[in-house]
Write a protein that binds this ligand. Structure first.
Ligand SMILES: Cc1cc2nc3c(=O)[nH]c(=O)nc-3n(C[C@H](O)[C@H](O)[C@H](O)COP(=O)(O)OP(=O)(O)OC[C@H]3O[C@@H](n4cnc5c(N)ncnc54)[C@H](O)[C@@H]3O)c2cc1C
Length: 480
């Protein structure tokens, strides 16, 4: 490894591999570092590639159009026709149609890494990145340990942080008014995920559907989150898991006088699926069972600092409602590679020189995320009865779909109000939904006006922070 590169990409996951491929294709000297062994590229944690692995086809198309890589078997394990969300009482379902895939994640990561290397990136495995080198208020490289545990400092004109949710580059940036270094614990979901081979005792598409990704909303089973059963290519093989919010699980335990943890709830969820019997861990790649975290807030508002950009989970990019982070990591990886390469070519890797990346990501993905965070916070404030009632009575399918995608829907307030809403709690929940939609509209408009220059950013961000804090103060988690 020489000690100076044009670009260092830290983390060879989804975002990192694509950023490295894009920049290397431009003829730049790119170093791609990852802590895993070569055969385990993209593995998030010792637990494995912990993920539901579901991704919309539109995101794969984005990669194909921009980078030229297309996907097939084995990395695309199975095609699904959409997502179906069930109410806690299982009486109401909302279909979100739209083709997607459940990935064979280890294969998908290898495919991306091989593409980055073919494009000219220098890939070094088993390198543990420990933090950024900071000089003159700018990121000048990274330090860490190579596979012989020898301390190394490597410099570059710019660093792309694709280390995932546990990034130790963003968190060690100098204090600054652009990039947030801390993510609030209640904006994280703790998750458990197993891949099981099961015997399907009888057909019940509410629990297992070989053609749909199923989501179960239930504040008792997965407080502040949801449970999922996603199909794999072999009949009876499932990617199954739950996500929970820390405050919600604590409140739920207190209300029920219980001591459940993510682990006990996870096992309980698996047992509760009535038609999946005799689950056996699927051992391929030693990726059968794992726990990890995922951020469910709006992405970090500014993705660039001097000499630095972040992409994927390192920047809290997953969708705040679904926790889907594969799509944004792919999109951000592509855009980061393109934008940082341009900045390096122009010789300006300052915040200003790389600002266009913020604008591009906001346009392609980020602009709906604050509105979706608002809707997530509202959902976490509802108990099971209100979710049941709301899914059945408040929302048409179109309205539910709009809200889940961060689009503000014209809730037909007058017609709804004339509907017979029974019980004061339901009426309040509906009024709160109307308020929530108003706040979502406000955020969508604000993000349409994302700052065109760094100078405008601090005032713009102050509004985001103020409005989001006020909303969270009004809507506290309230499971069960
Ligand atoms: C249980 C669970 C279920 C999920 N389900 C879905 C889903 O169904 N659909 C969806 O779209 N999203 C889902 N997500 C989110 C999705 O998995 C992530 O958003 C996605 O993996 C982000 O990709 P990334 O490239 O940003 O980061 P990562 O995939 O985390 O990759 C980061 C890479 O950096 C490496 N690395 C980390 N630290 C260091 C270090 N110090 N030194 C060197 N290398 C390092 C890691 O080993 C890894 O290779 C889920 C997340 C979880 C936890």
């Amino acid at each position: 490894m020489p000690d100076k590169y044009d670009i260092i990409v830290a983390g060879a996951g989804l975002a990192g591999n694509l950023a490295a491929a894009g920049a290397a294709k431009r003829g730049l000297k790119v170093l791609l570092l990852d802590k895993n062994k070569e055969e385990e590229v993209g593995k998030k944690t010792n637990w494995g590639w912990v993920c539901g692995d579901a991704v919309a086809t539109s995101h794969l198309d984005f990669v194909r159009k921009h980078i030229g890589i297309s996907f097939s078997k084995p990395e695309l394990d199975v095609k699904v026709d959409g997502v179906v969300a069930y109410s806690p009482d299982m009486k109401t379902k909302i279909n979100f149609d739209g083709e997607g895939y459940v990935l064979d994640r280890p294969e998908f990561e290898k495919r991306l890494r091989d593409y980055a290397v073919k494009s000219g990136a220098e890939y070094v495995s088993q390198f543990d990145v420990e933090g950024p080198i900071i000089e003159n208020n700018s990121v000048a490289g990274i330090f860490g340990k190579d596979k012989s545990m020898v301390h190394k400092e490597i410099r570059a004109k710019a660093v792309i942080d694709a280390l995932g949710v546990s990034t130790n580059i963003r968190r060690k940036l100098p204090d600054n008014q652009y990039v947030d270094r801390i993510v609030d614990v209640d904006d994280l979901e703790s998750t458990g995920r197993y891949i099981y081979d099961c015997e399907v005792s009888h057909e019940d598409l509410r629990y297992y559907d070989p053609k749909y990704a199923i989501i179960h909303l239930n504040q008792n089973v997965s407080p502040g989150g949801y449970g999922w059963v996603f199909p794999k290519s072999q009949y009876g093989r499932v990617n199954i898991g739950i996500g929970v919010q820390k405050s919600s699980i604590e409140i739920r335990n207190k209300k029920l006088n219980k001591k459940d943890t993510l682990h006990t709830l996870m096992d309980e969820y698996v047992r509760s699926i009535p038609n999946l019997k005799s689950p056996k861990l699927f051992g391929k790649d030693n990726n059968g069972k794992g726990y990890w975290s995922v951020a469910v807030r709006r992405n970090i508002e500014c993705l660039v600092f001097n000499g630095y950009v972040g992409a994927g989970d390192s920047m809290a990019m997953p969708n705040p409602i679904s926790a889907g982070g594969i799509g944004p990591a792919l999109v951000a990886g592509v855009l980061a590679g393109e934008n940082v390469a341009t900045a390096v070519e122009k010789g300006d890797v300052s915040i200003k020189g790389m600002w266009q990346y913020n604008i591009d990501f906001n346009r392609e993905y980020g602009k709906k995320m604050a509105a979706m965070e608002v809707f997530r916070v509202y959902l976490q404030s509802l108990n099971n009865d209100l979710i049941n009632y709301g899914m059945e009575k408040f929302l048409s399918r179109k309205e539910a779909e709009d809200l889940a995608y961060g689009r503000t829907t014209e809730l037909s307030v007058m017609s709804k109000m004339s509907m017979i809403l029974s019980g004061i709690a339901n009426i309040n929940a509906f009024k709160n939904l109307v308020y929530t939609v108003g706040k979502m509209k406000m955020f969508n408009t604000h993000y349409e006006n994302y700052p065109k220059t760094p100078e405008e950013f601090p005032a713009w961000k102050a509004t985001v922070t103020r409005e989001m804090e006020a909303f969270k103060e009004k809507f506290k988690p309230n499971p069960i």
